[in-house]
Design a protein around this ligand. Sequence first.
Ligand code: SAM
Length: 277
Amino acid sequence: MNGKLTVVGTPLGNLGDLTDRAREALASADLVLCEDTRRTGGLLSKLGIGGPKMLVSNEHTEAGAIGRMLSKIEAGGHVVLVSDAGMPAISDPGNRLIGAAVEAGVEVDVAPGPTAAVVALVLSGLPTDRFVFEGFIPRQGPARTQRLAEVAREKRTVVIYEAPHRLVRTLAELIEICGGDRLAVVARELTKMYQDVQRGNLESLHQHFVDESPKGEFVIVIGPSSSIQTVISDEDLICLLQAERAGGVSTRDTVAKVATITGASKRRVYELANALD
Ligand code: SAM
């Protein structure tokens, strides 16, 4: 393979964030794979770059795009992958395509750009030494409950992408499962004119957004659970155990669920459950 694939990060909303390397990669591309040719065409024309052929590569067209990418690279071409904004493959298409290039032995390079998760994490002021990127959590059903429970007991900072119309509901559900006093930050419209960062806890953030119809793009950053684990009282654990048991669930399952939700050790929850018998 004589050509190569360059994965290019594009601005989240501020053209000033486009790097020189990104500009050079786009200017030298023989083929640009993108989510939306109008959007990427707009970016190329703002940069004064005319010419490179564009091809849509999204979850529906990715298989065909992989074939086109590989034949272009085999012929010595330079293929560039972008998404609408931020880094391709981060809650955006691209991962399968990059995997296919790696698998085929293609040279893969990256011209890094901003990604909303990292911008929000850094701005949040919450611990950055260890963090988890959750992307968009499932919208409903047991998969959502399970994911929220994992967030509740997570000992690293958690970063979640959320759509504006689901922000308030997600904050309310996070309060139910993590407690209202869990530290959190909501970052809106990062790098854009109306960038806004609200810091507080889940309760105060819910209060802040509940009376508006939030608009724009949002990232929720949630602090680690360690503080919760040390403060949860026996009384609160007993309350949860009684509520679960009222539903006729076995002691074993009740203990497992309460331990998962609260982050308390199973042993401690078992002892409390046994004392209730
Ligand atoms: N690939 C992108 C990245 O690198 O961040 C993410 C694309 S994903 C389809 C879009 C989601 O990212 C939005 O719903 C929002 O949660 C987050 N996002 C993207 N741009 C943002 C911004 N400027 N401010 C806040 N969140 C943003």
